[in-house]
Write a protein that binds this ligand. Structure first.
Ligand code: ADP
Ligand code: MG
Ligand code: MG
Length: 881
């Protein structure tokens, strides 16, 4: 087994593709050295395999010998020796896993200095520089490798500055540095119980082992959990000869991007500092100079760097982020990697690289370079600086940032909005009675409920930022208290980031989303790639939502929730009357009233989606979402404030109250209990379609029955629907093709899809309910359970966010297979929230679904993710042409 590779090693594959073995940093150092022959300080990489071996069985027996061999080669190559009293070799020890992650060990610079070699360094440079390097090294090694607290080192240095009456570290004289070196060594000995290791080989072994150990640091582990990175990958360690940017005024260090990472503008971009080392540039202690000013200060180096950056970009065919150091007027490259970028930059760079004559990535590659987060960033406002105190973290329920005055009640939020205030609606959880407050709010914050809670679904549907299930907040009727005791009163400013789930106290600055022209170009390419493979529809319930969805590229409606039409305040009472009616006349009267509003709503939706399929789900209200709260009515009653009709309401509400409303009288069960209901809805829909036809429209209607568990249910309701369609068409002498399908959202329906397919023209997987019923997690109550499950690693991902592939996914796979056994080619789609989740989209594509449907604002992301899914399945070839 080879544990160690020199940067110049000739691997059989391009080193840049060996990140799993060499880590990202090591792979790119090797690429720059062995493939591009760029000026990189020589060094070697200890592989992730060595780290894995270390984690399993401790330091591998033969690792020391290999490292020693590489150190000797390095010494020969450099003509310097570790620990030498004359011109000693110094190295840095740098961690570098396959994925860059926080929590890994910080880089140790200047390793190899000791009481002897510091003299050697001084002889070759100057005394002050050597002593300052030794001082820095002792503090770094003490803090990073030996776990000595960092403040005492800083305190001693600060005291030295004060005593010497100087402002900066650079002015502390050599004698004083010498004294500091002594004090630092004492500090280390006092803390660790043994003297600072003078032997450079012992120093090196200690630093390497510390890198290995840092793989298991709590921060690194927490990060991996969040990002879904496996715990057994391990990190590589890079040992590299030092170059000194802090040697003199002919030296410096900096970072450079091959293009502007925030705007995507072409041309190198970056910062540098004269006479500085390592993290000085990013630490923000000194004001950096823009890269352009290097042209004056170091003209030759600037030319060389510009040339190297262009070459690197051409080689990697992407925007890169580089670290460089100038030592005595000589340029050294210390790191390169594909650069992080904003959403706008990602879109611009992707398109620009298809046009760049020296790079010319394909359109498919351009589409692959843009990530869903990039689209979120340009579509939604973002928080500017986030230095304000963090109040709480909840679920990232709907992307974008919101800043406003906190209001704890929908009515008061509306009043405040009417006064011209920006408001954030804060509730324990929301219900249909809060939607008017949500409508005027910049964003929504709840302490209860998961990613498919009412608040989350409505917010996403409207493209409003939302943080849900922020459990640590104690939300009351007029104020809330954070875990640390901070009280937020009504009217106080709060800011939230719905993509991260974070809530801040105060008014943070807001950067508006800004959609560059390249957005449409990239999504157009995405559409070409997925054409005929995976469709994207929207879940939209109203005309304006449908119009927006179409604008954002939806190819139809996959789920039109007819009860959502009744969430508006003026309609809620009618729905309630219908549900609570205890005699048929009352029910019919309510239904007739609903017919008119439904017809009007449907007309609007059909108009907005003219020529495209609209899947209408017949009524599926979990009753509790529509009924007044029994508790509230009881309180009113006790206070004698219940109006006369309230008494009947209370009786009825009590009657219909269910222990488990989500498993109660809803979906097709409600349709069967209220036999006139579905007929009314079908009538409204068909009449709306006929009206559309009369004005030249082309309505395309698909009716679907929710919550089916068996064939007889679907047979019965299908017959009703067919009869009503025929009746209405006959009345109007009209012609209209209507197809009728089944939601597949109960486990039984998925398993018996072969039966159900007999009466279904299509399937639509309602994966929210399917998840809830398969896992037995009530989606509105599951947030605290999920939190601890995710924390403890009992679940990898929130199953309401990304489909549980091995459970729920198996049921979907079964239903696809069995449904198509009965009816080959049966059209199938997904209309749960998972239809907007990139990972789930790829999964569903793999199962052979025809389309996904998601909230309107998610449509661009779904179009992109669908293209990624097709490309991931090897579909990129045609698109490359
Ligand atoms: P990170 O992964 O946090 O960026 P790095 O390993 O890149 O950590 O190192 C931190 C800083 O030290 C960077 O500025 C880097 O350029 C600098 N550095 C690392 N190795 C050397 C070296 N051999 N000579 C000079 N500077 C170095
Ligand atoms: Mg770095
Ligand atoms: Mg459902």
């Amino acid at each position: 087994m080879t544990w160690v590779y020199g940067f110049a090693h000739r691997h059989s594959r391009a080193p840049r593709d060996l990140k799993a073995l060499l880590g990202g940093k090591g792979a790119n150092l090797a690429e720059m050295t062995s493939v591009l022959a760029l000026p990189v300080p020589p060094g070697f990489t200890i592989t992730t395999e060595a780290c894995r071996a270390y984690m399993l069985g401790g330091w591998p027996g033969d690792l020391t010998a290999e490292i020693d061999g590489h150190v000797r080669s390095l010494e020969r190559f450099m003509g310097r020796r570790l620990g030498a009293t004359e011109d000693p070799l110094l190295v840095s020890v740098r961690s570098g896993a396959a994925f860059s992650m926080p929590g890994m060990m910080d880089t140790v610079l200047d390793l190899g200095l000791n009481d002897d070699s510091v003299m050697g360094l001084a002889a070759g440079t100057d005394e002050r520089f050597a002593l300052d390097s030794y001082r820095r090294f002792l503090a770094m090694y003490g803090r990073i490798v030996l776990d000595v607290p960092g403040e005492p080192f800083d305190d001693l240095l600060e005291q030295a500055r004060i005593d010497e009456g100087v402002r900066t570290d650079a002015e502390v004289p050599a004698e004083r540095l010498d004294e500091l070196v002594g004090r630092y060594k004492e500090l280390i000995e006092a803390h660790t119980g043994s003297p600072f290791p003078q032997d450079p080989h012992v120093q090196l072994r200690g630093a390497i082992e510390a890198v290995f150990r840092s793989w298991d640091s709590p921060r690194a582990r927490a990060y991996r959990r969040r990002e879904g990175i496996a715990d057994d990958l391990g990190t590589a360690v890079n040992v590299q000869s030092m170059v000194f940017g802090n040697r003199d005024d002919q030296s410096g260090t900096g970072v450079a991007f091959t293009r502007d990472p925030s705007t995507g503008a072409s041309g190198a971009y970056g910062d540098f500092l004269v006479n500085a080392q390592g993290e000085d540039v990013v630490a923000g202690i000194r004001t950096t100079l823009p890269l352009d000013s290097m042209a004056d200060l170091f003209p030759a180096v600037h030319t060389e760097l510009t040339f190297i950056l262009e070459r690197l970009e051409r080689h990697y065919r992407d925007m890169l982020d580089c670290e460089f150091t100038i030592e005595h007027g000589r340029l050294w490259m210390l790191q390169t990697r594909v650069g992080k970028r904003t959403g706008a930059a990602a879109l611009r760079i992707a398109v620009a690289l298809t046009e760049d004559p020296t790079i010319r990535i394909s359109r498919a590659e351009a589409v692959q370079r843009v990530r869903p987060e990039h689209l979120d960033q340009v579509l939604h406002p973002q928080l500017g600086d986030v230095k304000a105190p963090l109040l709480a973290t909840g679920l990232p329920a709907s992307p974008g940032a919101a800043v406003g005055h906190a209001y704890f009640d929908a009515d008061r939020a509306v009043e405040a909005a009417e006064r011209g205030e920006r408001v954030v609606l804060v509730r324990q959880e929301t219900s249909p009675e809060d939607v008017h407050g949500m409508a005027v709010a910049q964003g929504v914050l709840t302490s209860r409920g998961g990613l498919v809670s009412h608040a989350a679904v409505v917010a996403r549907g409207w493209g409003k930022p939302a943080v849900c299930g922020a459990e640590s907040l104690n939300i009351g009727p007029t104020s809330m208290t954070a875990a640390d005791g901070t009280v937020v009163a009504e009217g106080d400013w709060i800011s939230l980031d719905g993509a991260r789930g974070t809530v801040f106290l105060g008014e943070l600055s807001l950067k508006e989303g800004n959609v560059p022209g390249e957005f449409g170009i990239v999504l157009g390419w995405a559409d070409e790639i997925r054409a005929g493979r995976l469709g994207v529809r929207a879940n939209a319930d109203t005309g304006p939502d449908a119009a927006r969805a179409r604008e954002l590229g939806a190819e139809g409606i996959g789920l039109c929730r007819t009860e959502h039409m009744f969430l508006q305040e003026d309609r809620l009472p009618v729905v309630r009357r219908m549900i609570l009616a205890d005699d048929p006349d009352e029910e019919l009267a309510a239904l007739a009233e609903l017919l008119d509003v439904q017809r009007a709503d449907f007309e609007e939706v059909l108009e907005a989606m003219d020529g495209l399929p609209v899947t209408v789900r017949l009524l599926d209200p979990p009753l509790h979402e529509f009924l007044p709260s029994v508790e509230e009515l009881i309180v009113l009653d006790a206070r004698g404030e219940l109006p006369p009709e309230g008494q009947a309401m209370l009786t009825a509400a009590r009657h219909w109250q269910e222990q488990n409303p989500m498993l109660g009288l809803r979906g097709v069960r409600l349709g069967i209990a209220k036999a006139g209901l579905y007929r009314m809805q079908v009538r409204a829909l068909v009449e709306a379609a006929l009206r559309r036809q009369a004005v030249g429209g082309r309505p395309v209607i698909e009716i679907m029955i929710p919550l089916v568990i068996n064939l007889p249910e679907l047979d019965l309701t299908r017959r009703w629907v067919e009869e009503e369609v025929a009746t209405v068409l006959a009345e109007h002498d009209g012609r209209l093709d209507v197809i009728i399908g089944s939601m597949i959202e109960t486990p039984r329906a998925a398993i018996r899809a072969d039966d159900i397919a007999q009466a279904a023209d299509f399937f639509s997987f309602g994966t929210n309910d399917l998840t809830q019923m398969t896992l037995g997690f009530s989606r509105d109550d599951v947030a605290p359970i999920l939190e601890s499950y995710l924390e403890q690693g009992l679940l990898g991902v929130d199953p309401f966010k990304s489909v549980d592939q091995r459970g729920v996914g198996e049921l979907v796979a079964t239903a696809v297979e069995r449904g198509r056994t009965t009816k080959p080619g049966l059209k199938m789609g997904v209309c749960g929230e998972h239809g907007g989740d990139p990972e789930s989209i790829a999964f569903f594509f793999g199962l052979g679904l025809d389309y996904v449907s998601c909230s309107p604002f998610r449509v661009p992301v779904a179009r992109l993710a669908a293209a990624h899914a097709v490309l991931g399945a090897g579909g990129g070839v045609a698109a490359d042409a």
